[in-house]
Design a binder for this molecule. Structure first.
Ligand SMILES: CC(C)(COP(=O)(O)OP(=O)(O)OC[C@H]1O[C@@H](n2cnc3c(N)ncnc32)[C@H](O)[C@@H]1OP(=O)(O)O)[C@@H](O)C(=O)NCCC(=O)NCCS
Length: 170
């Protein structure tokens, strides 16, 4: 059985390995396989995100198998990472984590939930669209999200393959 709960400081050290395992999924897409060999978010950054109070863990038998880390940015909850261990993907854990974060954003009275992701990767934008997010185009991409996309381009992620998305809560 999977349970979703808020992350605790002690979880931070388990999260890079989950991100590493999750990223193996990109090996199925030749042009994105390099992502599987990229750097993971550091334990220190995870500690800070957990302390800020918008990170959730999916536990299986008291062991983390997935996480969602987010933070409040402007009027929105911004999702920084959503990762499920490769051998547990496709079983509804990612959706459960996302639904938990969206519900939390609503309870906090935030206006929306934002993220950046790949437009064409089946478990990225198409998945978020099925969860109610829409791709922002042109002037809808505000300065904050444009800066994130630009940083990602600096890290090798082709700008035309990435997108910013938003779920409006009001
Ligand atoms: C994205 C991710 C967290 C989703 O977690 P998950 O536990 O696999 O999620 P779910 O089982 O709830 O599936 C989510 C959706 O993705 C789809 N999906 C998952 N794995 C897939 C695959 N290998 N191929 C095609 N679609 C896939 C499912 O069909 C599902 O859509 P639905 O709920 O509308 O039917 C997980 O696939 C992952 O860690 N991927 C690598 C890292 C990543 O891309 N993170 C997101 C960055 S924005």
């Amino acid at each position: 059985m999977i349970t979703i709960r808020p992350a605790r400081a002690a979880d931070a050290k388990a999260l890079p390995a989950i991100e590493q395992s999750a990223g193996e999924a990109f090996r199925a897409i030749a042009e994105l396989a390099w992502l599987a060999d990229g750097d993971n978010v550091s334990v220190e950054r995870h500690r800070a995100l957990i302390a800020a109070g918008a990170c959730w863990i999916a536990d299986e038998k008291d062991r983390p198998v997935g996480f969602l880390s987010a933070g409040i940015e402007a009027d929105a909850l911004h999702i920084w990472e959503l990762d499920v261990r490769l051998d547990r993907q496709g079983q509804g854990i990612g959706r459960a984590l996302l639904e938990r974060a969206v519900a939390d954003a609503g309870r906090r009275g935030l206006a929306g939930v934002t993220l950046t992701t790949f437009r064409a990767v089946p478990w990225n934008a198409p998945f978020y669209q099925r969860c109610g997010f829409r791709i922002l185009e042109g002037a809808e991409v505000d300065r904050r999200l444009a800066d994130l996309l630009s940083d990602e381009a600096d890290h090798g992620m082709a700008l035309d393959q990435r997108c910013a998305m938003r779920l409006d809560l009001r």
